[in-house]
Design a protein. Structure first.
Length: 352
């Protein structure tokens, strides 16, 4: 019996998805304030084993399973989420100025596909507030800062948004992620083109180089890129000395869904995440890893619902993995299941 899947998720699934998100977090925050409950949660959901530890990007991760950006946009719940066994947590996407995001409803479940469509639109309180929240956190979990541009900022001026968010968050995060691949901000994906992307990454690296300690900067890419575009990504990452790639963001594709076409059409635009993305994200990871000959670390994300899904991405070339939709559908035990699965797989390989 899976208590979360059998009892909690069916009740959350009856609520509006965005309200359900805050209901679940509210429950976690309430539990976190009760004496000894955080300790109990860590005992229930964490796997502490030296064999899970990874050194990637010059950072030490207690395990290779992280929470992807989008769940905690404003860095409000890092302490609570750190009790659920994650090796790292990525906050954001954070923009320099606060913005409301797109009109509601903007978050939708495709239950038949165990998928999610969102068109949130970078709703967040801004980089100054996110930095303030991070400054107040108590946990030592590794935190990544996912940064983007404001909706009203023209693409020609986008670099200033990335630089502002970078400098505001710099003292409080362990690594950065440049998000130019969300489909929910008009024109954002145009920044994945070779010249604008190169300019943004080199500008960030210039500011990074002026700091007393440089921090890793990664690029998050879309799963919808062609192989030729992925070749450009490899070239840009190497030329700009970007630390690595997160593959992948949500997709605009609606191919192969079990949900009926009319329902999908009524939902409309947005990025699709979840099980339908499993295969494509792994393909992108494998292509980048093989074509670059492992020249940079890759964090694999997209459709991870089991230890087998995570292991497949790691064997395709990912150094670390992140979960999001799988965390929502499978519950907080997923991180522990993946960690245990990795240990079992590692032991099996050692014997063979």
């Amino acid at each position: 019996m899976n208590f979360y899947k059998d009892f909690i998720f069916p009740r959350l699934a009856k609520q509006d998805p965005e309200k359900a998100h805050y209901s679940a977090i509210g429950l976690l925050k309430f539990a976190h304030k009760i004496p000894f409950v955080p300790t109990i949660l860590r005992m229930l959901f964490s796997v502490n084993d030296k064999r899970l530890e990874r050194k990637v990007l010059g950072l030490y991760f207690k395990n290779p399973v992280g929470l992807a950006a989008g769940f905690d946009k404003n860095a409000l719940w890092v302490d609570e989420l750190s009790d659920l066994g994650f090796g790292f947590i990525e906050i954001g996407t954070v923009t320099p100025r606060a913005q409301m995001g797109n009109e509601k409803p903007r978050l939708f479940r495709l239950l038949e596909d165990e998928a999610i469509i969102n068109r949130m639109g970078f709703n967040n309180e801004g980089s100054f507030e996110a930095a303030k929240h991070l400054r107040e956190r108590k946990s030592k979990v590794i935190v990544g800062g996912n940064i983007g541009k404001n909706k009203l900022t023209e693409n020609d001026d986008a670099v200033y948004d990335y630089l502002k968010a970078f400098n505001d968050l710099y003292p409080y995060v362990d690594y950065f992620v440049v998000n130019v691949s969300s489909p929910n901000t008009p024109g954002l994906r145009d920044l994945q083109e070779k010249e604008p992307l190169k300019f943004i990454l080199k500008s960030l690296q210039r500011d990074n180089g002026r700091k007393s300690k440089q921090k890793p900067i990664l690029l998050k890419i879309a799963p919808d890129l062609t192989n030729e575009q992925l070749d450009d990504i490899i070239e840009i990452v190497l030329e700009s000395k970007t630390s690595g790639v997160i593959a992948t963001n949500t997709t605009i594709s609606r191919d192969g869904l079990n949900t009926d076409n009319q329902t999908v059409a009524e939902i409309g635009a947005g990025g699709l995440s979840g099980r339908p993305l499993t295969k494509r994200s792994t393909e992108v990871i494998r292509y980048l890893h093989q074509k670059s000959k492992g020249a940079f670390p890759i964090i694999g994300v997209g459709g991870i619902y089991s230890a087998e899904d995570a292991i497949e991405k790691l064997e395709a070339g990912a150094s670390l993995v992140q979960i999001y939709s799988g965390f929502i559908y499978e519950g907080p035990a997923l991180t522990k299941k993946i960690c245990k699965g990795i240990l079992k797989h590692t032991a099996k390989k050692a014997k063979s």
